[in-house]
Design a protein around this ligand. Structure first.
Ligand SMILES: [Zn+2]
Ligand SMILES: [Zn+2]
Length: 462
């Protein structure tokens, strides 16, 4: 038995690990590489294994850095089942199709340039059609229901509390008279986060593979975070400007809507018109609605009392671009939630153009902003931004709410690891080198455990 690491080594994207148990080969994750254009080109590289030889895939959750190359794996010969949580199957349907659409657009744009230069044309990484074809491979599982998926491989998924359907992957393996238990954290949620249950604790493992995104960070408390958010809404009410919220479609958007529902009266939200301006976020919210059985206790209680988490009386769902353009004409009293979360694309750019130069406008940044994105330059205090070749001054008040993270911080990661009896060997993945090193040092100091920071193509015996 062994496992080889083909992605998310020294970085957070491109998760992909190959597990061999006797003659059986299982791929854990098949994620997209995300970052600079040059780095993303590696998505087109041949897989460092033969996709046709893979017996099954196990997917921890729907985020593209974990799922985004599944349609490519199938296109290149994989023909087995993909085991994942039932909610992840639904989220993947919209997220992979959207990724396919973006691939088609990107290839079209590139090919227009290439045609003019007389160069050879490129193919999209995969198309919408190919993304849809992946759906037939999914096998939906529930949490805490062990399933024998292949000879010598028993799989159980547990709550990871990161996004809807996110799972910790718990594998009981046996081959040649040996048995081992391997636990892969997937992406671990931030304890106390709204809607979902906290990450499950697992007591037994021979090897733990663990994410380390925020291995060197500490989050602000939830109470402080909600207070901050409430203060922004209240202070914006006096100036009567609009509030713009760039938000990730899956997860952050639903958390914001749910927090509005919980604090509707105290934050004076009845005085606003709230717009969810994103067809994909609307669809993701419906999927969150359909999977209420994975909610935590408070979300379940609110749902039982009022029928839903996201049904605000003054919430308007904007699907068409005509509707979106009509929102542009509102200069006061609107809260607009739109993607993309880092302002690098999507409808939020139009709303920025129509609002950011107004003094009473408030821009509420609720997610991580990567270096080089428009969102990051706004957070860093840019006085002007460029949109479609036009320079626009920034008069809006920009607020950063740092506590809304979908990942556990260092304390959360350590607490999760500490629950394992006998402090098993641990492999760190899914983190920048600095975060991984900080977490590695802490685990070694506090628990005396053997910690391995996974390297690209590193192979470990089990
Ligand atoms: Zn994730
Ligand atoms: Zn991830």
């Amino acid at each position: 038995m062994d496992i080889e690491f083909f992605g998310a080594t020294g970085e957070v994207t491109g998760s992909c690990y190959l597990l061999r148990v006797g003659k059986v080969r299982v791929l854990l994750e098949c994620g997209l590489i995300q970052g600079t254009a040059q780095h993303e080109r590696h998505n087109h590289d041949p897989f460092p294994f033969d996709p046709a030889q893979i017996d099954a895939v196990i997917l921890s959750h729907a985020h593209l850095d974990h799922s985004g190359r599944l349609p490519l794996l199938i296109k290149r010969g994989f023909n087995g089942p993909i085991y994942t949580h039932r909610a992840t199957v639904d989220l993947c349907a919209i997220m992979l199709e959207d990724a396919g659409y973006l691939n088609e657009k990107e290839a079209e744009w590139e090919n227009r340039k290439r045609q003019r230069k007389g160069q050879e044309l490129v193919q999209p990484l995969y198309t919408r059609e190919q993304a849809r074809a992946a759906q037939a491979h999914f096998q939906a599982l529930e949490y805490a229901e062990p399933r024998d998926i292949l000879p010598g491989i028993k799989l159980t998924l547990h709550d990871a509390g990161h996004i809807l359907g996110s799972a910790i992957v718990d594998l009981q393996l046996s081959a040649g008279g040996n048995s081992r238990r391997l636990v892969f954290s997937g992406d671990l949620g931030h304890k106390g986060a709204p809607i979902l249950r906290d990450p499950a604790f697992i007591r037994q493992a021979d090897l733990v593979i663990m994410e380390s995104t925020y291995g060197d960070r500490h989050h602000r408390s939830w109470d402080e975070t909600w207070q901050e958010l409430g203060e922004v809404v209240s202070s914006a009410a006096s100036g009567k400007g609009n509030i713009l919220i760039p938000a990730f479609t899956v997860g952050r958007t639903q958390e914001i809507l749910y927090s509005f529902k919980q604090h509707f009266d105290t934050w004076g939200l009845a005085d606003w018109q709230i717009f969810l301006d994103s067809p994909m976020a609307i669809e993701a919210t419906r999927i969150y609605d359909r999977h209420a059985r994975v909610y935590d206790d408070s979300a379940t209680e609110i749902r039982n009392q009022s029928g839903g988490l996201f049904d605000l009386p003054n919430l308007h769902l904007s699907r068409s671009s005509d509707y979106s353009m009509r929102i542009n004409r509102i200069s006061s009293g609107a809260i607009i939630i739109a993607g993309s979360g880092m302002c690098s694309g999507g409808r939020i750019k139009h709303h920025l153009k129509h609002n950011i130069w107004r003094q009473h406008c408030h821009l509420l940044m609720v997610g991580f902003q990567a270096a080089g994105t428009l969102g990051r330059s706004l957070v860093d205090g840019a006085s002007n931004i460029q949109l479609w070749g036009e320079s626009i001054m920034v008069k809006a008040a920009v607020h950063t709410i740092g506590g809304l993270s979908a990942h556990a911080d260092q304390a959360g990661l350590l607490e999760w690891y500490a629950q394992f009896a006998k402090h098993p060997r641990v492999v760190l993945v899914h983190g920048e080198p600095r975060a991984m090193q900080a977490l590695s040092d802490k685990i070694q100091q506090q628990y005396g455990a053997e910690v391995i920071v996974a390297g690209y193509r590193q192979k470990l015996g089990l």
